[in-house]
Design a protein around this ligand. Structure first.
Ligand SMILES: Nc1nc2c(ncn2[C@@H]2O[C@H](COP(=O)(O)OP(=O)(O)OP(=O)(O)O)[C@@H](O)[C@H]2O)c(=O)[nH]1
Ligand SMILES: [Mg+2]
Length: 434
């Protein structure tokens, strides 16, 4: 069970309780503890957090108009944000960045993601391969640099990092952001420290960022301290948050080590890098919409897919607009992330994982519908119509029914969102006209 699901279940139970007494709070705390501990959050942090929640729930001097329930949930949000560190804002100026970390933590991938991040924001970027240990490290970074459309420098077969850096810096003059990828080891041993010190001397990085895999959970704290002691780091980059149940543990551990989290990696693709913001992270855990992130993605997808803003209008959902919606959503990365940002969580899996293939099928099915059918889904209750559409589109009746099923699910979801007054208010502030 992922961290968010456990917490959301506990919160939902608390919301549904008829009275908030010490028994309900104790049960709530127990579930919360279970979820946080299984995400590898430090047990001392967990117990002090639940103790504060318990004390707060028993307060008799709450401000008027606030129920103990809302007070506890709000406090949970603030407390979780507190243990997850602070938000990061990078300086958008020319700089040199060195990425370092253990074997397989995600350094090379992240180097390319970072280069793309800065270059997409108008600051030219370049990558230098200083991994002189791993076979094919050169080719890996070269390929990624081409994908990210950033400059690349490396010397195949060269073992001296100082020579690579010297020649690289000369060749990459004019590039504003220069990112150096270093080799990983199984442990922070003398060889690695020596190599990093050599790069440090010749590269003179403005930022040294330690890359850690979210999967190591609490161990992130020890790692951050050790690397900081050995080579003095400026921040941590947590990768693979998408695939780890221990993300909460890793993030809180880095904060506990007194080091800032800068970016987080949330997937294998080059665009799967985000600025770290604990409010956003906790908001997602608790199922609260991340509206700014959503609007950013919607706008990016509109630009990319050239969807006209009026086609994005979700007030009138019929089969015609349904296809545009699905297509727009598939252009926005994993649907699941998107819906998560909207605060729609724990939806049925099959709805979330629309494949390109299925989308293409849906397109032909919809084009075989009559105009009336496209705007009135109740007509599709008629099996004769379903049969005709299946034959007309070269698909099966099952495919047509599956489309109708997904349509109904999306309609329900949108209804839910549109009936949530708070959501609508916040959303309309961000997207005028919605
Ligand atoms: N799901 C997911 N996979 C990631 C993420 N970041 C990196 N990976 C994957 O993790 C694997 C290792 O990544 P690399 O970038 O090669 O790691 P590295 O630290 O450079 O490895 P070494 O150079 O061998 O030390 C690759 O398969 C990446 O695609 C992420 O944020 N999410
Ligand atoms: Mg590497």
């Amino acid at each position: 069970m992922d961290l968010g699901e456990g917490i959301r279940k506990a919160v939902a139970k608390l919301r549904g309780a008829t009275v908030i007494d010490s028994k309900t709070i104790k049960e709530f705390n127990k579930e919360l503890q279970k979820a946080l501990i299984s995400a590898d959050v430090d047990i001392r942090l967990v117990f002090s957090l639940t103790k504060r929640l318990e004390d707060a729930s028993l307060r008799t001097d709450l401000p008027r108009g606030i129920s103990p329930r809302d007070y506890v949930i709000n406090m949970l949000y603030d407390e979780l944000v507190g243990i997850m560190g602070t938000a990061y804002k990078p300086e958008m100026r020319p700089k040199r960045i060195l990425l370092l970390g253990m074997y397989g933590s995600g350094k090379t991938t992240t180097a390319a993601k970072l280069a793309k991040y800065y270059q997409d924001r108008g600051i030219s970027a370049a990558l230098i391969c200083c991994d002189v240990v791993r076979p094919a490290a050169y080719e890996q970074l070269e390929t990624l640099a081409a994908q990210a459309n950033v400059a690349f420098f490396g010397i195949k077969g060269e073992k001296s990092v100082q020579r690579i850096v010297r020649e690289g810096l000369a060749q990459l003059k004019g590039r504003k952001i220069i990112i150096c990828d270093s080799s990983g080891r199984n442990a922070l041993d003398d060889a690695l420290i020596h190599e990093l010190k050599e790069i440090n001397e010749s590269f003179r990085p403005d930022e040294k960022l330690l890359v850690v895999n979210a999967d190591i959970g609490q161990v992130a704290s020890k790692q951050a301290r050790e690397f900081d002691k050995a080579v003095k780091i400026d921040g941590v980059l947590v990768t693979k948050l998408d695939g780890s149940g221990k993300g909460g543990g890793a993030l809180s551990a880095v904060k506990e080590a007194g080091v800032n989290i800068t970016f987080i990696g949330v997937g294998e693709k080059l665009k799967d890098l985000e600025l770290y913001d604990p409010n956003k992270f906790v908001g997602r855990l608790l199922g609260m919409p991340d509206l700014e992130g959503l609007v950013e993605k919607v706008n990016a997808a509109i630009m990319e897919n050239r969807i006209k803003p009026e086609e994005m209008n979700v007030t009138e959902l019929n089969f015609e607009t349904f296809y545009t919606q699905l297509k727009a959503m598939s252009g926005m990365g994993p649907l699941k992330n998107m819906l998560g940002m909207m605060g729609v969580v724990d939806l049925p899996k099959d709805m979330l994982e629309q494949s390109e293939e299925k989308l293409a099928k849906y397109k032909v099915i919809i084009s075989s519908m009559t105009k009336a059918e496209r705007t009135s889904e109740s007509l599709l209750n008629n099996s004769g119509r379903v049969k005709r559409i299946a034959i007309g589109s070269g698909t099966s009746e099952k495919d047509v029914r599956s489309l109708v099923g997904d349509f109904v699910k999306m309609k329900k979801m949108l209804d839910r969102m549109q009936n949530d007054r708070g959501f609508r208010k916040r959303f309309s502030k961000l997207v005028p006209g919605m």
